[in-house]
Ligand binder design. Structure first.
Ligand code: 5GP
Ligand code: MN
Length: 338
C-alpha cells in the first residue's frame, strides 16, 4: 500500500512555520534516525523544529547527532504540550496511529488543530494526517524521509549528520540490510548517504559494539529461558521483571534478543515476552520468516501491530498466564505454522 499526498506541503512550509516532529513510544533506531534526520534537514532550509519523543531512548543510540535536543513527554510534559500547542505542523514519523505515542500524549494530540504530516511504513494507517507519505513495502521510515527531502528539495544537500541519522534507521530496521524488505533501492540510498558523509563502519560500531556486560548476562538469561515448540515451528523466550532487575536492565537492552529464537533451524515464528511491572503489562515482540503474518496475529490477540514479519503488542495478564494463553492460541494456527 502506498499513499503520497505530501507534495502540497512544500508551498505551506516556510521559515516562519512552527514545527514539531514526533516518534513513537519506546523509540527505536528508525524513529530516532528519521525524526532527527528530518529536523536537521529542516534546519538546512532555515526552518526550526522541535523533536519530541513520548519517552526516553536507548543508550545504544545516544551517540546520534542532535539527540541532546530531544524533549521527552514523560519527563517534560508541560514544555512538550506548550511546544505542540504552538505548532502549525506536527510531523509524526514511524507510526500511524496517535495511540502509538502512549495514551497521555495520544489523547493530547487528538485534541489539537495543527496540521499533521505522516511519514511511515506500517500497515493500516489511521486518517489523522493532512499530508501523507506512506509505503508499507518500504523497509524503514528513514528511506521515506530520504525520498521526501530528495524529491521535494533536490537542490539542498544532505549534511554528514543528516546522512548518519538516516543511515542508522535504515540499518536498524533492515537488521543490517538482511531482512527481505531490503531492496536494491535501499542499497542505492545507503550509497548516497555514505557519499554525503555517513561513516558506515563507525555507525555500526557505535550502535552495536557498545554493550555493557550486564546486557550480555541478560541475553544469557533470555537464551536459558528459550522454549522451542517444534510442532508449531515456534520458539519463544521471556524475561521476568526479576530477570531484568537482576541484570541491571536499561531501556533498549532487549533489542534484537528475539532474533536469536528466530535463528533456530526450522523456526518460522519467534516471540519474546518482557514483563513490565511499572506499566503492569507484558510487552511482546513477534518475528516471523516467510508467510506467517505477525502483524495480523499481534492485532488480533495482543492490541498491537507492525509489519508482516515484525510486530509488537502487549498482554494485561501476568507473565505465566500470558505464556500459557500464547501456547493455547498456537493451536488455532496449526495450518499456518506447520
Ligand atoms: P519491536 O518488536 O521491535 O518493538 O517492534 C516491531 C515492529 O512492531 C515495529 O515496527 C514497531 O513499530 C511495531 N510495534 C511494536 N509494538 C507495537 C504496538 O504495541 N502496537 C503497534 N501497532 N505496533 C507495534
Ligand atoms: Mn520503522
Amino acid at each position: 500500500m502506498r499513499k503520497n499526498t505530501i507534495s502540497g506541503l512544500k508551498s505551506q512550509l516556510n521559515t516562519k512555520s512552527k514545527v514539531s516532529i514526533i516518534g513513537h513510544k519506546n523509540p527505536d533506531g528508525d524513529a530516532l534516525g528519521s525524526t532527527l534526520g528530518l529536523s536537521l534537514f529542516l534546519k538546512q532550509l532555515g526552518i526550526s523544529s522541535q523533536v519530541i519523543m513520548p519517552n526516553g531512548y536507548p543508550d545504544f543510540l545516544k551517540w546520534l547527532p542532535a539527540v541532546d535536543g530531544i524533549l521527552c513527554y514523560d519527563t517534560d510534559k508541560t514544555e512538550c504540550e506548550k511546544v505542540l500547542q504552538d505548532s502549525d505542523f506536527i510531523f509524526t514519523l514511524d507510526f500511524n496511529h496517535l495511540d502509538r505515542t502512549g495514551s497521555g500524549l495520544g489523547n493530547f494530540l487528538k485534541n489539537l488543530d495543527s496540521r499533521f504530516i505522516m511519514i511511515d511504513h506500517h500497515q493500516e494507517p489511521a486518517d489523522y494526517a493532512s499530508f501523507m507519505l506512506v509505503d508499507t513495502q518500504v523497509a524503514s521510515t528513514c528511506e521515506l524521509v530520504h525520498e521526501f527531502v530528495t524529491t521535494q528539495y533536490s537542490e539542498v544537500e544532505l549534511t554528514a549528520d543528516i546522512a548518519s541519522c538516516l543511515y542508522t534507521g535504515i540499518m536498524t530496521d533492515t537488521g543490517s540490510f538482511r531482512f527481505p524488505s531490503t531492496t536494491s533501492k535501499t542499497h542505492r540510498i545507503i550509497a548516497d548517504l555514505i557519499d554525503a558523509g555517513a561513516n558506515n563502519s563507525q555507525i555500526h560500531q557505535d550502535t552495536y559494539d557498545n554493550n555493557a556486560e550486564s546486557r550480555l548476562h541478560l541475553l544469557g538469561k533470555a537464551l536459558q529461558n528459550l522454549k522451542v515448540i517444534r510442532e508449531f515451528s515456534t520458539a519463544y523466550t521471556f524475561l521476568s521483571q526479576e530477570d531484568l532487575n537482576a541484570n541491571g536492565f536499561k531501556k533498549g537492552d532487549t533489542e534484537g534478543f528475539v532474533n536469536y529464537a528466530l535463528s533456530l533451524k526450522g523456526i518460522k515464528f519467534a516471540v519474546i515476552f518482557i514483563e513490565n511491572k511499572a506499566e503492569d503489562i507484558v510487552k511482546i515482540s513477534f518475528r516471523s520468516i516467510g508467510d506467517f503474518d505477525v502483524n495480523t496475529f499481534a492485532r488480533k490477540h495482543y492490541s498491537g501491530g507492525g509489519h508482516k514479519n515484525a510486530a509488537g503488542g502487549k498482554s494485561d495478564l501476568d507473565l505465566n498466564s500470558t505464556l500459557e494463553k500464547f501456547e493455547n492460541t498456537l493451536n488455532n494456527y496449526r495450518e499456518a505454522l506447520t
